[in-house]
Ligand binder design. Sequence first.
Ligand SMILES: [Zn+2]
Ligand SMILES: [Zn+2]
Length: 267
Amino acid sequence: MILAIVLSAVAMTLIVGLRYLATSGAFAGLTRWRHPGLYQGLDPQMRREIWWSLASAGIYGVPAGIVAWGWRTHGWTRVYTDVHAYPLWMLPVSVLAFLLLHDAWFYWTHRWMHRPEPFRVAHALHHASRPPTAWAAMAFHPIEALTGAVVIPLLVFVIPIHVGALGLVLTIMTVMGVTNHMGWEIFPRFLWSGPLGDWLITASHHQRHHERYGCNYGLYFRHWDRLCGTDQGIGDFARDHARAAARARRVGGGDAADRGRGTGRPA
Ligand SMILES: [Zn+2]
Ligand SMILES: [Zn+2]
């Protein structure tokens, strides 16, 4: 039994690690194509981001692996496989509930980690990426990784969710984690600007968190920030891109960098 639990934890760690490498790698490749030179000169930082993200994969993988083992062998959790086990409206409602609760947990733990002492110990590492890249998605100190790792494994015991809907939640979590740190806006303008953008978080919103620190703490939605007066609107990538161009010129390859210079937020 112990062996089966260990194997499940190892398997889940590998899945999380490979999922990270594939997703961040894909979006880093896309960045190279859309904004050549944006990450130029950041190799040591990106190596650090990858190292800490892979360490986080173990911290995410172990609780997830234990719960997955319990689900398969003992029927733990409220994850179901028969889509008709609950009314169909449970599919969107469960996804939304998971995202809202994860967002609330993230907002308050993130705000706590911006208090001086927790920041120094647990969160400065994430902010050491200046500016973050697509590889920074899971670049967390183990304490911060642990606060994130418990959320989904606990929620699956509380809220019934179809295994496919859970897959969608994990996909949204992974893609938003990467794109929010990528250094440019990949989503269409209506998602981050205008009425919908007032409530949703994409890279433009999280960019401002990395620029100013004491604001924009949310993960998927802006309501906690707005309710608590910590929302300072969305950021702008023009300055980051101008800095990237200057950095690229310093390390050589100015031509490539100039093409991605000062483009602000391409839709
Ligand atoms: Zn922060
Ligand atoms: Zn961040």
